[in-house]
Design a protein around this ligand. Structure first.
Ligand code: GAL
Length: 339
């Protein structure tokens, strides 16, 4: 009797192992390659994708490149060797990442370019992001609306990131005509290496020195660079007296907005972006089509089918409604006593 029970139990365990083994094998394996975790927005992207992958039962394998293009290639090579079916890739260097797309394609792996578009690749892949020209338009329109006349500093993001070009292109649709009319003068115009706040601060310090502090507005392409520029302004007791744009709705930027040193940010809901990317990855892993409504973004070689979400301006007036009520930021974190 005892022997029968034991062998029954063993048979049951073997069956269970078989079933869970099959479930394991059936679990789509997705690779995720991110540029950094040193910026709040990318931490949120990772969290959003991990949560959605867990909800859908996907095996998500994450690598972070620390803004190193060669490292990103090596890490993706490793993900490919692990047998992923889909690679979600947020490139550090838009152009050199085409090597990664090529490697993946040769291994039969589908690629989703995440937030930043991989450039110059002849291969087929998908792109999910926000409408990045629109982001720049929102920043440029805001700046021109606030600074009717005066000197402005134009900062652009990393020259290796295609988004930096798109943001600038959008902003210039508004700034360009104001400069032509003679209302605005661009006194400094520079890319910011790797989007580094310290680099933005250094450029801003130079601009202030060269113009005897006569600066009325700063086109800062994201919250990190806005923070750097505002530090340079604060050192000259000018923080809060100069219009400064931003992007990403980071907590530190929301705090600056309520305290009055940063004028706006652009909210791109990373929860929605991350969720959608994982949904797309699952569809590709299962061989299902992705609806893009015919939308594309050109990568210098050809049109890449794209899903583009809508960005939104945040100022002190609508911050509560857009960021706090939606649960993106917590009230007690944003409203802190002035130091
Ligand atoms: C961009 C991204 C922005 C910003 C920046 C720096 O590509 O769209 O949200 O955070 O990179 O990481």
């Amino acid at each position: 009797m005892k022997r029968i029970i034991v062998s029954c139990a063993l048979a049951c365990m073997a069956a269970l192992a078989l079933v869970s083994g099959a479930a394991q094998a059936a679990r789509p394996k997705i690779g995720l390659s991110l540029p950094t975790q040193r910026e709040e927005r990318w931490v949120r992207d990772k969290q959003a994708m991990e949560a959605e992958a867990a909800r859908l039962g996907l095996d998500l394998r994450v690598q972070v490149t620390d803004n190193d293009a060669a490292r990103q290639v090596a890490q993706c090579e490793n993900l490919i060797a692990q047998g992923i079916q889909v690679l979600i890739l947020a490139p550090h260097d838009a152009s050199s990442a085409s090597v990664i797309v090529d490697m993946a394609a040769r291994a039969g792996i589908r690629v989703i370019s995440y937030d930043r578009l991989v450039m110059d690749s002849p291969r087929e892949y998908y792109y999910i992001s926000f409408d990045n020209v629109k982001v720049g338009e929102l920043q440029g329109e805001f700046l021109v609306g606030r600074v009717k006349k005066g000197n402005i500093v134009v900062l652009a993001g990393s020259p290796t990131d295609n988004n930096a070009k798109l943001f600038r292109e959008g902003a210039m649709k508004f700034i360009g005509p104001a400069v032509k009319k003679g209302d605005l003068k661009i006194v400094m115009d520079q890319f910011v290496k790797d989007w580094q706040p310290a680099e933005a601060q250094r450029i801003m310090e130079q601009a202030l020195t060269a113009n005897a502090n006569h600066v009325d507005g700063v086109l800062a392409p994201n919250d990190g660079t806005a923070g750097g520029a505002i530090q340079a302004l604060a050192a000259q007791h000018m923080a809060g007296r100069v219009t400064v744009t931003g992007q990403d709705a980071e907590l530190s930027a929301a705090i600056r907005i309520v305290q009055g040193t940063q004028s706006m940010t652009v909210f791109k809901d990373t929860r929605a972006l991350g969720r959608k990317a994982i949904e797309m990855a699952l569809a590709l892993a299962q061989g299902r089509p992705i609806a893009t409504g015919g939308r594309t973004v050109n990568n210098n070689k050809h049109a890449i089918p794209s899903v583009l979400l809508t960005p939104r301006v945040v100022t002190r007036e609508n911050l509560d409604a857009v960021l706090i009520t939606s649960g993106y930021l917590r009230r007690e974190q944003v409203y802190r006593p002035k130091p």
